[in-house]
Design a protein around this ligand. Structure first.
Ligand code: NAD
Ligand code: TYD
Length: 358
């Protein structure tokens, strides 16, 4: 990768969530001279425990706040002389978007617009010599594939859930800011992430959590929906690569070259945990329960990540065997983290320390 940009002070939004925290934990040691300001409102999905490794680093600052709060964003951009925004903050769970879409539009669409607008003013103010805004998005904006084919960066947007529609709306605003104001943007679209610190509402951590607890494993529909799985550490490295070397205005798909049917993943996690928990072979599979399908359930996602490989020399380094085994071990070693996030116990501490900003 030929880096063209060396950030000095970045604003990471949603850095207390799953991918944002993994990104900060990856980025800070690799870029010791860059300041990192983490703006996160700490919803149910945000947890500062995820950032214990960096919280004492003098280059790190946490601000509890809302991406929809324009004066706050303006203040941070100016005070920290921010030269790059890496925008992760979002409502991220498809099932929650089906039962309550409004907050998805507020956070994902309006929040992105507020960040874009304040960033544009800051960039046009000329406080920093160079600036870029990286929008972290999802392959779900492309809709659903049949048995064959891959999403490329040219695939038309066809989102099917309120979540993916809100992410597509945000991506279109990013495009509009680039076209209208010449604002320097980058847009990444990745497949399903897995790894440490993922809230146990998404497939892999939910299954691990329920197996450990001996609870039923809900598999939606026939279990034959396909997802491409990307280790969050590979994703973090890809974001860093795009931030430093991506071509302004471009979109980059990021994938794991790793397609799995849901039921095959669930079976694999069951079998690995039989061994690790000392249970009889096949015992965990008995917990599998096929349940009513998710409405509008996308059948298959698959990414053509050829562009980022060709242009920026990035490709995933984890094999799924290694990644899933490490992830299961992490959840086994961090049962207290899981208990705290599922009970919400950590929230009381935040309310005391930062006040309730919701
Ligand atoms: P997450 O739900 O774990 O974390 C989201 C974070 O955003 C939380 O810390 C939350 O407190 C914060 N947040 C929410 N609303 C906010 C607001 N109004 N102001 C400030 N902070 C706010 O999500 P994630 O899985 O880490 O996903 C991060 C990004 O990556 C999202 O934009 C998501 O759409 C995208 N993405 C995720 C995946 C995946 O597999 N998890 C796949 C593709 C794309
Ligand atoms: P999820 O982790 O919610 O990610 P996304 O919907 O963004 O792809 O779900 C991954 C796949 O697993 C998806 O096809 C839905 C399915 N799924 C289940 O079968 N059971 C579950 O309990 C969950 C959370 C998901």
């Amino acid at each position: 990768m030929a880096a063209t940009f060396t950030p000095r002070s970045i604003l990471v939004t949603g850095g207390a969530g799953f991918i944002g925290a993994n990104f900060i934990n990856h980025f800070m040691p690799a870029n010791p001279d860059c300041r990192v300001t983490n703006l996160d409102i700490l919803t149910y999905a945000g947890n500062l425990e995820n950032l214990k490794g960096v919280e004492r680093n003098p280059c790190y600052r946490f601000v509890r706040g809302d991406i929809c709060d324009a004066p706050l964003i303006a203040e941070i951009l100016a005070a920290e002389k921010i030269d790059a925004v890496v925008h992760f903050a979002a409502e991220s769970h498809v099932d929650r978007s089906i039962s309550g879409p409004e907050i998805f539009v507020r956070t994902n669409v309006l929040g992105t617009q507020v960040l874009l607008e304040e960033s544009r003013r800051h960039w046009q103010g000329g406080v920093v010599p160079e600036f870029r805004f990286l929008q972290v998005s999802t392959d779900e904006v492309y809709g659903s594939l049949g048995a064959t084919g891959y999403f490329t960066e040219e695939t038309p947007l066809a989102p099917n859930s309120p979540y993916s529609a809100s992410k597509a709306g945000a991506d279109l605003l990013v495009r509009a800011y680039r076209e209208t104001y010449g604002f320097p943007t980058l847009n990444t679209r990745c497949s399903n992430n897995y790894g440490p610190y993922q809230f146990p509402e998404k497939l892999i951590p939910l299954m691990i959590h329920n197996i450990i607890a001996g609870k039923p494993l809900p598999v939606y529909g026939d279990g034959l929906n396909v997802r491409d799985w990307l280790h969050v550490k590979d994703h973090s490295r890809a974001i860093e690569t795009v931030l430093k070397a991506g071509r302004l205005g471009d979109i980059y798909n990021i994938g794991g070259n790793n397609e799995w049917k849901n039921i095959d993943i669930v079976n694999l996690v069951c079998d690995l945990l039989d061994g690790k928990l000392g249970r009889q072979q096949g015992e965990n599979r008995r917990l599998i329960t096929f349940v009513k399908d998710r409405p509008g359930h996308d059948r298959r996602y698959a990414i053509d990540a050829g562009k980022i490989k060709l242009d920026l020399d990035w490709e995933p380094s984890y094999t799924f065997e290694q990644g899933i085994a490490e992830t299961i071990d992490w959840y086994l070693a961090n049962r207290e983290w899981v208990a705290d996030v599922t009970s919400g116990a950590y929230r009381e501490y935040y309310e005391k320390q930062y006040g309730d900003r919701r």
